[in-house]
Design a binder for this molecule. Structure first.
Ligand SMILES: Cc1cc2nc3c(=O)[nH]c(=O)nc-3n(C[C@H](O)[C@H](O)[C@H](O)COP(=O)(O)OP(=O)(O)OC[C@H]3O[C@@H](n4cnc5c(N)ncnc54)[C@H](O)[C@@H]3O)c2cc1C
Length: 419
């Protein structure tokens, strides 16, 4: 017998959001989370694009509960060292520590949904009458359906057959440290700094100053990491920090013990994110902007939409693939175009660092373009706005012709950085 209608595996931003929606709707839901307790560790830049507050108004209260640095100034540097700065009156991004932010989201989920902590799911079985989830301690949990919110290495995605094959070319690795400000400080605590450092492949560096910590990281494609950096990540990171010190972006010392590396899917959502009795949300379903590596907004949005689809399934008492397909329609309508463009832009721009140099240089001469490029990179501006600006020829002809030929714009394309 299924005691629960829905089991949510994982209580990060996607799982906590899904659980909150399900619990508030009165669905019989259970959350299973690997961590023993919240707060729990999660390597992340903790950059929240400002649109989060529109999509999830309660996040305003969350931000008031945790240390939050509202960012109004962004520095962007291209591979050839060209730097541009954009400043605006309204925050373009909020920097938080995931340690605190996730715990605050989790409290909201826990208030309306039962949770079992310290449960690591290792197997999923989809049966005619429901799903069975087997934990590493041998316990088996049953429900009518499951929402997999179990991150980049999702067991639910693999065991449901929704993620297949090698992930080498589909993932990035982000190597970072989040160090107390007493040990390392950003030269400009009011500024997010982004460095499009790698040539010939997707890669970025960033400095995110938190209220009491400094976050400094470097991301690259997983295949590049395996070929060039495997076993040398810590050294590479220390070198990156040193470079940032030499250039005057940070002061203080790297904390080698604080070094962490974690995968991020950067090839867009999986070809299919639903099957009989299963939905995937957040990193488990590939919901990350492939250009900026922003994932928290998409995790929460896909978590909320997966919950809506599950509520409809419970009401209809129908957990079939045909019923759950509605999930794909809603996420495609809300974030599908955004994610699709991000993959396209990443693949075209990062094939040739000269393209990024030219775009950043063009932006340094055109304030409107700069504002839109930075805005797009921060998740504040939609791709269409950027494209329309360029199509309206507000950009000088020579920039238009160069950028258009680089990005085939008019059809798809454009932009810069990491959020
Ligand atoms: C270093 C780094 C920097 C990043 N910086 C940013 C940024 O600045 N801004 C941004 O928007 N995005 C950023 N991202 C992406 C962002 O972190 C993810 O997209 C986001 O965390 C996805 O949320 P989620 O809920 O899907 O997964 P997670 O946050 O990873 O949560 C998954 C949860 O599931 C649990 N879990 C996992 N496996 C199991 C299992 N088998 N059984 C039970 N529980 C399980 C985990 O313990 C965890 O609590 C960054 C990513 C990395 C790696």
């Amino acid at each position: 017998m299924n005691e629960f209608d829905v089991i949510v595996v994982g209580a990060g931003p996607s799982g906590a959001t899904a659980a909150k929606c399900l619990g508030e709707a009165g669905v019989r839901v259970l959350v299973l989370e690997k961590a023993e307790a919240f707060p729990r560790e999660k390597p992340c830049g903790g950059g929240l694009s400002a649109r989060m507050l529109e999509r999830f108004p309660y996040v305003k209260e969350v931000l008031a509960e945790v240390g939050t640095n509202p960012i109004r100034r962004v520095y962007l540097e291209s591979p050839d060292g060209t730097g541009v700065v954009h400043e605006q009156a309204e925050p373009i991004m909020y920097l938080v520590r995931r340690w605190e932010y996730d715990a605050a989201l989790f409290r909201r989920a826990q208030a309306v949904a039962p949770v079992e902590m310290g449960v690591t799911i290792r197997a999923l079985r989809v049966l005619p009458e429901g799903v069975e989830l087997e934990a590493t301690d041998g316990r088996v949990f049953r429900a009518k359906m499951v929402i997999g919110c179990d991150s980049a290495n999702s067991v639910i995605a693999r065991h449901s057959g929704l993620r297949v094959g090698d992930i080498r070319s589909e993932y990035a690795v982000d190597m970072m440290e989040e160090t107390p400000a007493a040990k390392m400080q950003a030269a400009r605590p009011d500024t997010v700094s982004l460095f499009l450092t790698l040539t010939k492949t997707f890669g970025y560096g960033y400095i995110f100053p938190k209220t009491e910590h400094c976050n400094l990281g470097f991301g690259c494609k997983l295949d590049y990491y395996l070929e060039e950096l495997r076993g040398k990540g810590k050294e590479h990171h220390a070198g990156w920090v040193e470079e940032m010190k030499q250039k005057g972006f940070v002061t203080g010392e790297t904390q080698r013990d604080g070094y962490k590396a974690f995968p991020i899917p950067i090839s867009g959502p999986l070809a299919k994110t639903y099957t009989d009795r299963v939905l995937l949300a957040g990193d488990a379903g590939g919901f990350v902007n492939a250009f900026t590596a922003e994932g928290i907004f998409y995790a929460m949005t896909s978590g909320a939409l997966a919950a809506e689809a599950a509520i409809a399934a419970v009401k209809a008492n129908d957990y079939s693939e045909a019923q759950l397909k509605g999930y794909e329609r809603t996420w495609r309508a809300e974030i599908g175009g955004d994610l699709e463009h991000s993959v396209d832009i990443q693949r075209r721009l990062f094939n040739d660092s000269g393209r990024i140099d030219q775009i950043v240089r063009a932006a340094s001469r055109d304030e409107g373009l700069l504002k839109l490029l930075i805005g797009y990179s921060m998740g504040a501006v939609r791709y269409e706005e950027l494209r329309n600006y360029m199509a309206a020829s507000a950009v000088p002809k020579w920039v238009m012709s160069k950028v258009a030929s680089m990005l085939r714009f008019g059809n798809k394309g454009v932009a810069t950085s990491k959020a």
